[in-house]
Ligand binder design. Structure first.
Ligand SMILES: *Cc1c(COP(=O)(O)O)cnc(C)c1O
Length: 403
């Protein structure tokens, strides 16, 4: 990362300048990345630029506007560029493309590599809307999609026509851990691009581009923002991949509002501090759940008993607050009594905010290549920033209501 001291506000910022400087710790990087007070009257934070038209003072300047960093609102403003720069530093990328949601970060990463006859490999535990985009957008375009068991890998399924291999670690809802290094190495050897959905790690606990993965996207809606009040997506592109993704997103007309970009950047200043708390509290709640007779199984790669634990230990520096567990079979009225009476856990979509959430899930209906028959009710929990002792007490009372 470069803490710029330049006074030239109009100088185009090259992607390479935003690369993380070796030796800066994650906490330090997150406090400084993307900030240029000298360009904004000394203000610590980048202002929120509301702009569509950008004016050029002379005919010559207008003629050269293609080179200007800021030339039209849809193509970015200092506010959105600051967020791009911060994510680029966080992920160690060549450059970052912002999207209005995590779902669009997914569809852009898929579509930028789609053409009739291409073959894509997708993990069977992929985030549901990614599977739906494959079925409803890619397959009708003539892209062939195969689903792989993330715990087995892609060696038996990769082909000459395989253009893209998708990764998610751990997978949505069931939290299996793939061997990221092995899958990335196979894909690279066969000329396929790899894309990882890195939302779970927040970009803090996993550095995919350093493992040989080409593109790392996140729902900025989740931990980057961290406050449950913004929709956002970010695509951090490894070397050689930025131009293609940026130009494809530009052709689609994807762009992000300045207030949303500002809030995501503001959330990022405390990202690593929040994630340390999510890590600690999540593990505390996971260990407690494991000890309960009502709980059949906990899916959390940070637990030594988890089948993905060794891979998690090898590649990750921490765990977020999102994991799964399976209750012994329960009837719906009992489950409703448990969930409806919780005081600290909300029920709703999304996660990654400061607050805890708990919902039942149905992973079996989002699978085609593997089975999910855990013999009980699957649940997904997000452990927020509350005191884990309070969270455990609320859950304990909830489990009692199952009786
Ligand atoms: C929520 C989520 C997304 C999509 O993000 P939105 O901002 O809701 O569109 C993508 N990937 C994963 C793993 C998610 O949990």
């Amino acid at each position: 990362m470069t803490v710029s001291t330049s006074l030239d506000a109009d100088r185009p910022l090259e992607a390479a300048e935003a690369a993380p400087e070796r030796g800066l710790s994650m906490d330090t990087l997150l406090c400084h990345a993307g900030r240029h007070p000298e360009q904004h009257s000394g203000a610590v934070n980048v202002p929120v630029f509301h702009a569509s038209t950008i004016l050029f003072p002379t005919l010559d300047a207008l003629s050269a506007k293609g080179e200007a960093k800021v030339r039209y609102g849809r193509r970015g403003t200092p506010t959105t560029h600051a967020l791009e720069e911060a994510v680029t530093a966080l992920e160690g990328a060549e450059g970052t493309v912002l999207t209005p949601s995590g779902a669009m970060a997914i569809t852009i990463s898929l579509l930028a590599h789609a053409r009739p006859g291409a073959h894509f490999l997708i993990p069977d535990n992929v985030y549901g809307p990614c599977r739906h985009a494959c079925t409803e957008i890619l397959q009708p375009m003539g892209v062939e999609v195969s689903y792989y068991d993330p715990t087995v890998g892609i060696d038996a399924l990769i082909r000459d026509e395989t253009a893209l291999v998708w990764l998610e670690a751990p997978g949505s809802q069931t939290f299996e851990m793939p061997d990221l290094r092995a899958i990335a190495a196979t894909a690279r050897a066969r000329g396929a691009v790899t894309v990882i959905d890195n939302t779970w790690s927040g970009g803090v606990f996993l550095r995919p581009l350093e493992l040989g993965i080409d593109i790392s996207l996140q729902a900025g809606t989740k931990y980057l923002c961290g406050h449950s009040d913004v929709m956002s997506g970010v695509i951090a592109c490894g070397t050689g991949h930025h131009t293609r993704i940026r130009d494809f997103a530009a052709r689609l007309g994807a762009c992000v509002g300045p207030d949303d970009a500002y809030l995501v950047l503001r959330g990022m200043r405390t990202l690593s501090v929040r994630l340390r708390q999510h890590h600690e509290a999540g593990l505390a709640v996971a260990r407690w759940l494991q000890s309960r007779p009502e709980v059949k199984r906990v899916m959390h790669p940070g637990l030594p008993q988890d089948p993905g634990h060794a891979l998690w230990q090898r590649d990750f520096t921490g765990a977020s607050g999102l994991f799964g567990f399976v209750l012994h079979p329960v009837e719906r009225p009992q489950l409703a009594r448990m969930l409806d009476g919780l005081k600290l856990y909300g029920m709703g979509s999304s996660w990654g905010g400061f607050e805890s959430l708990l919902i039942p899930t149905d992973p079996a209906k989002l699978r085609s290549a593997t089975d999910w028959a855990p013999g009980g009710q699957s649940m997904r929990i997000h452990v927020g920033l509350e005191d884990p002792a309070d969270l455990i007490a609320d859950l304990e009372a909830g489990l009692e209501r199952l009786k």
